[in-house]
Design a protein around this ligand. Structure first.
Ligand SMILES: [Mn+2]
Length: 363
């Protein structure tokens, strides 16, 4: 298994590449969506939480990420001694009507294909995405982690309807005429995912890019009145069954899976890592279950992370692990300190597993 770090768009610079190397990373996963764009929250590097108005404004609908800019980014990252493993998330500006089944769906499906082709041309092997209408909404922040570290959690589900012009917790049309986003049924949403896979997977196969789906974070069946797809572990199987292609993979978020009310996390990790369909792993620990949970430091939650890593290794997962979001530490660089702490823990765990040698009994 390889150690990686996820970097938000505004963090894509030499200093942070060096930081990743110093923490023992060999790989990066990068975000190109600017979640912080004209964001309602400022001053934090941490993932935004956003209120009912979401994270911020989506990007430019007419400017798709080009192969040239992706290649330049990869070269910059390679020059810093790192590999670029994945890009995480589409910009709602480019594909909101694929999620919403809106009038620009056909054109936006072409947008997605173009982006995947460009990602392939730039030699980036994985694209992580989250097929969700409401997105990562409905969470709040508080001093809930050890020592009063600022962390994210969910106290109760937010069922405020989404205003028109919003998708995936971002605003793609700030001049929308008013009203709310119509509610989809779960079957409609699954059909939209199926159409997306039917259209985009052949392109992904040709481009050599694995599409890796993040489970719904937070994992509740309905959020902001909209259905969710993978909010229980068994629903990941439904994704895999939609298309047997190895390019139809998972952005395997251990924290989100641990928040789900069904299933035993070790059995879930065992079952899905046996499929060989994990694109990359988000490692995060948590206390509690949706809709009432708090994110914690890796060593301080309900899940034994070393046990999780031992199962992944035992089942032959050789891909990239990155820390997911992590509590913010009280110092001049709260995000970096949190990440350095998580990466130190992960590096020690991986070294321990190397010393153990032959895979242990998976459970
Ligand atoms: Mn995650």
């Amino acid at each position: 298994m390889k150690l990686g770090l996820g970097l938000y768009r505004h963090m894509l610079n030499r200093e942070n590449y060096q930081f990743a190397r110093q923490c023992g990373c060999t790989h990066l996963v990068i975000h190109l969506v600017d979640y912080f764009n004209l964001c309602h929250e400022t001053g934090l590097d941490n993932q935004p939480v956003g209120g009912t108005s979401g994270w911020g404004y989506a990007g430019d609908p007419d400017r798709l990420w080009t192969a040239e800019e992706l290649m330049a980014l990869r070269q910059e990252i390679n020059a810093a001694g790192l590999e670029l493993e994945a890009i995480e998330n589409f910009d709602p500006a480019h594909w909101h009507d694929v999620l919403l089944d809106g009038p620009r769906k056909a054109q936006q499906m072409e947008n997605v294909k173009t982006i995947i082709r460009n990602v392939g041309r730039a030699g980036i092997p994985v694209f992580g995405y989250n097929f969700s209408i409401a997105g990562v909404a409905g969470r709040t922040e508080g001093p809930w982690a050890r020592g009063g570290a600022l962390s994210v959690g969910m106290l109760e589900g937010d069922q405020t309807p989404m205003p028109a012009g919003m998708a995936w917790n971002m605003v793609y049309d700030r001049h929308a005429a008013g009203g709310v986003v119509p509610t989809a049924t779960p079957d409609q949403l699954w059909r939209r995912l199926q159409e997306f896979l039917e259209a985009v997977l052949p392109v992904a196969e040709e481009a050599g890019v694995t599409l890796a789906l993040h489970p719904d974070d937070p994992p509740v069946p309905v959020l902001r009145g909209q259905p969710r797809l993978v909010y229980q572990p068994r629903l990941y199987q439904r994704l895999l069954d939609l298309a047997p292609s190895e390019r139809n993979g998972m952005e395997f978020c251990v924290g989100t899976l641990a928040e789900m009310t069904e299933g035993d996390i070790y059995e879930v990790v065992d079952r899905y890592s046996r499929t060989g369909r994990i694109g990359y792993v988000h490692l995060r620990n948590v206390r509690g279950k949706a809709p009432d949970y708090r994110e914690t430091f890796l060593d301080d939650g309900d899940v034994d992370m070393l046990r999780v890593l031992r199962i992944l290794k035992g089942n032959g997962f050789g891909g990239v692990l990155i820390p997911d979001h992590t509590p913010q530490m009280t110092c001049a660089a709260p995000w970096h300190a949190g990440m350095a702490y998580a990466l130190g823990y992960m590096r020690a765990a991986l070294q321990q597993l190397e010393q153990e040698g032959t895979p242990c009994d998976a459970t």
